[in-house]
Design a protein around this ligand. Sequence first.
Ligand code: ADP
Length: 306
Amino acid sequence: MKSISVKAPSSTANLGPGFDVFGLAMDAFYDEVTLTKTKNGITIVTEDNIPTNPENNTAGLVVKNMIKKFKIKSGIEIKIKKGVPAGFGMGSSAASAAATAVAFDKLFGLKLDGNSLIEFAGYGEKASAGTVHYDNVAASVLGGFVIVKTDPLDVIRIEPPANLRMCVAVPKLDVPKKKTKVSRGVIPKNVKLTDSVLNISNASAIVAGFMKKDPELIGNSIKDVIVEPARQHMIPGYAKVKENALKAGALGVTISGAGPSIIAFSQKSANLKKISLAMSKGFSSANVKCQTIICKPSKGAANKKK
Ligand code: ADP
């Protein structure tokens, strides 16, 4: 085999109280990565506005690391077709990294397990976030809802309820180049014990909600008293978007990943168009235009249980 193409979905990280731990793959957008064996070197081909230096591109970094690790002799051309808009908290950099790790595994017949694929894909996130983190890549590789356990890395995947739905509002804002790094900088270094108790109780309830296939329990538990209060000032109109979505029937609302997209959790039976419109109006009140997407959980790039 000389060439292979793999698609990986967008994802939302954190789901409120699960900072750096929870991820959910969403069928809103997909990146497609095609890896082709070449004589030597790593080249990136793309028509999208992302770095083409392999060191600064999440896909490039994944390939670089995997070539080294598996002592691969050939070079690789990485063709990236972006579907996931970069920098909006939809796991764009992660989707490229996830698709690349899965494609590399297939191209060289490595037969890596889910945790190894996630570890390689997570390394790629250094190119965008400055640090390795696994929540988005884990969701994008495995699909569904994921819980990231570290040291050693062990990702637990849970199949989401079939009737879970999300409304995502993606604001038309200029995002800083190192947005994830910037938005990690505003998070408190120390937290109050009472706040941590609240977040742990809600995070536990979210996990229970996924286990019990209960969108209401998931949605009602999307409450974060640690990270969201520190970050919400970075998103103009945040309070209004959240208030509007809840009034329109959303079960829970939070920042998607490091933002600036805002995500509302709901279920198939709700009036999802009404929720989306309410979110748009919330952004309009702060003079911000936005795109809204109604989506559901997605399968992953590897389509593996673990
Ligand atoms: P997101 O929530 O979309 O992942 P990040 O801030 O983590 O947002 O990542 C976006 C940043 O990562 C952008 O500055 C972009 O230039 C950089 N980047 C590097 N490689 C890629 C890639 N393959 N796809 C998307 N963004 C990438």
